[in-house]
Design a protein around this ligand. Structure first.
Ligand code: TSJ
Length: 638
């Protein structure tokens, strides 16, 4: 009888594994970058659960040198190893081979931290070329090995030990994921978020791909997280201390808020420790709570507002950086990537809990409340002023499109937006070279002087007052903010051409931030590009090579014959380049390379290489672009 049961159980296992391997996307969302990293989150979540339930105090995650093998270890109770009464095999083997119901992507019940989690561990096993579990429990160490989800060995008893804990080491299957490798920074960030969401949790992350070791631990929880977000984006705060709510149960909920001088609001939300990138009912509840608490405070405290000024929801939330984490029993997810919380009851629950606390906080911290209210009134005034101002910009450009152009713009002769390009160039001398070297018919040049205003920190009014930015706005001709009208855009390629140094990267970042905050459709519709000017010239006899960074230079040098004597020169800035050189390497559409600025599905601003008529295949291009916009990627991730 027992043998028969064992057979039917193993058939069930094989069918389960087959299903997972045939349609991995059903279980992990896809087999691309996100699905690939999802494997790590599934395993880590099990260890985190053991820790937040009070059974483990430390978790170690190791990314091995090959970049595609990960080990996760905790010092918890150890997965049970006794024989499962129904299946006749050790419990750990059941956990790792039997497909459990539930999970993020089939939208049925998901057992939260507090109960048995582990629904994804068999999925990870099925999708791993190799997985090895080591358990310390019941006085011994135990181990078992799997290949593509199938047990390769029986659970084996090793030496006696008094310690307890679980360790899983796995390598994803290249048959399913190709030759992808894990991104150590991505893993570090996710683990760090876990330590913000679970106050007191300690995680050690060893990244053997770069020999770095990170100890992650945040005693302050979400208050630390919101302060980290603000600091990372270099925002000024209206009130120094964050407003926080920590509710231990019914539902377990934690919120932290700060008001900053940023012109936009930014929320991050989580359900059961899982990021909800698309927000949902918990985030909506928090937004409702902010509005109601502030409005209520204004009426009950007879706060006098400037005559006729109406505060909109946007004014009240302008500059808010907020984090919200809740734990609920049966989260329902919605949307393409299943990262929007859909449980309707949560909205009112969160709203109620936060509104009362926020009202009390405002009453008890009158200085903070005053500072907040003047921030909000400023936002309302700036909104009214900027609406008037951008109306004016639009009226002007409508009446006399050409007459209104900035003086330093060297416009092109064609007036067909689809065929023309605007180069925004750092510095007058580079601008001069570009003006001389360009194709006058289709290429317009706008040199920038001085520093561009930091658009992340500026209000719209200040932006309009900044000469460099308002020149760009009038050269583009399409207005900005709510009045942006793409049909009036004067050039369909807007190309940023900056020096390949710190200053250049910084200006590019500021420019992109400005576009992102005030003229977002330019980016989403794919009108914004980065030029890729050379940094080195390598001359060998009559041949000339160009390299846009160190790596490209090294690659070229390697290819040269060992007897040749290359002459290498480095450009200090674009201004040093002869107009003709600038044209041949950077401006000429037949020879140049452009990087297109895009916002991928994950809603992060990132750059993507668009190689137009390549001269040589250079993969470091993308790397360079991402390097330069690292800070921006942080600034705009949703
Ligand atoms: F699921 C898994 F294999 F992926 C995995 C599980 C991976 C890692 C890194 C850790 C774990 C894990 C599971 N750590 N700790 C546990 N705990 C249990 O599974 C456990 C231990 C004891 C008892 C008990 O009732 O005695 C119950 C459970 C669920």
């Amino acid at each position: 009888m027992a043998a028969q049961e064992y057979t039917s159980a193993s058939i069930e296992v094989l069918e389960g594994l087959e299903a997972v391997r045939r349609r991995p996307g059903m279980y992990i969302g896809g087999t691309g970058r996100d699905g690939f990293h999802h494997l790590v989150w599934e395993i880590v979540d099990n260890a985190v659960d053991e820790a937040i339930n009070g059974f483990a105090s430390s978790i170690t995650v190791q990314l091995h040198r090959d970049g595609r093998t990960v080990t996760v270890r905790d010092n918890g109770r150890g997965i049970p190893v006794d024989i499962h009464p129904k299946k006749g095999i050790p419990a750990v083997e059941v956990i790792l081979t039997v497909l459990h119901a539930g999970g993020k992507f089939d939208n049925s019940s998901y057992i939260t931290s507090g109960g048995l989690h582990g629904v994804g561990s068999s999925v990870v096993n099925a999708l791993s070329e190799r997985l090895i579990v080591n358990i310390k429990r019941d006085g011994y160490e135990w181990t078992q090995e799997f290949r593509r989800g199938k047990a390769r060995t029986k659970l084996e008893k090793l030496d006696p030990t008094r310690a307890t804990g679980t360790q899983i080491r796995f390598s994803p299957d290249p048959e399913i994921f190709g030759d992808q490798t894990f991104d150590g920074d991505e893993i570090r960030k996710r683990l760090e978020i876990s330590t913000y969401l679970n106050r007191g949790l300690k995680i050690i992350f060893k990244d053997d791909t770069n020999n770095k070791r990170h100890e992650l631990h945040h005693e302050g929880g979400l208050a630390d997280y919101v302060q980290h977000l603000v600091k990372d984006r270099e925002l000024r705060c209206v009130v120094d201390e964050p407003f926080t709510v920590v509710r231990p149960a019914d539902p377990r909920l934690e919120v932290a808020l700060m008001w900053t001088e940023s012109p936009s609001e930014r929320f991050k939300s989580f359900v059961n420790g899982i990021p909800t990138n698309d927000g949902g009912t918990h985030e909506q509840g928090l937004k409702d709570a902010i509005l109601k608490a502030i409005r209520n405070y204004i009426t009950t405290h007879n706060v006098s507002l400037p005559r006729g000024l109406k505060l909109t929801a946007d004014d009240i939330r302008e500059g808010v950086v907020g984090v919200c984490s809740c734990f609920i029993a049966d989260p329902q997810f919605q949307g393409q990537t299943k990262d929007k919380l859909n449980n309707v009851e949560v909205r009112a629950l969160v709203e109620g809990a936060i509104r009362l606390e926020l009202e009390r906080w405002l009453q008890e911290n009158t200085t903070a409340a005053d500072a907040l209210l003047s921030r909000i009134v400023m936002a309302a005034k700036a909104r009214e002023a900027s609406r008037a101002a951008s109306k004016q910009v639009r009226r002007k450009s409508a009446v006399s499109r050409r007459l209104n152009l900035p003086g330093k713009l060297a416009d092109c002769s064609s007036s067909d937006p689809a065929a023309t390009e605007l180069f925004i160039v750092e510095g007058d001398s580079a601008g001069g070279s570009a003006k001389q070297g360009r194709d006058r018919k289709t290429q317009a040049i706008l040199p920038l002087r001085g520093k561009v205003l930091n658009a992340e920190q500026a209000t719209l009014k200040k932006v309009l007052g900044n000469k460099e930015l308002s020149d760009i706005v009038s050269a583009l001709g399409c207005g900005l903010g709510k009045d942006l009208d793409l049909s009036r855009l004067r050039y369909h390629k807007i190309i940023l051409l900056m020096d390949a140094d710190q200053d250049g990267h910084h200006i590019t970042t500021l420019m992109l931030t400005f576009f992102y905050n005030y003229m977002k459709p330019l980016i989403t519709e794919g009108y914004v590009y980065l030029a890729d000017p050379p940094l080195y010239r390598i001359e060998v006899g009559k041949e000339t090579h160009w390299a846009s960074d160190e790596k490209a230079k090294e690659r070229i040098l390697k290819k040269l014959s060992p007897r040749s004597k290359p002459e290498i020169s480095r450009f200090k800035g674009l201004g040093e380049m002869m107009p003709k050189t600038l044209y041949n390497t950077t401006l000429n559409p037949r020879k140049r390379r452009l990087l297109k600025v895009v916002i991928p599905d994950g809603k992060q601003l990132e750059t993507q290489t668009v190689i137009e008529e390549l001269m040589g295949k250079d993969a470091s291009c993308r790397y360079r672009a991402i390097m330069a916009y690292r800070s921006l990627v942080e600034v705009v991730d949703a």
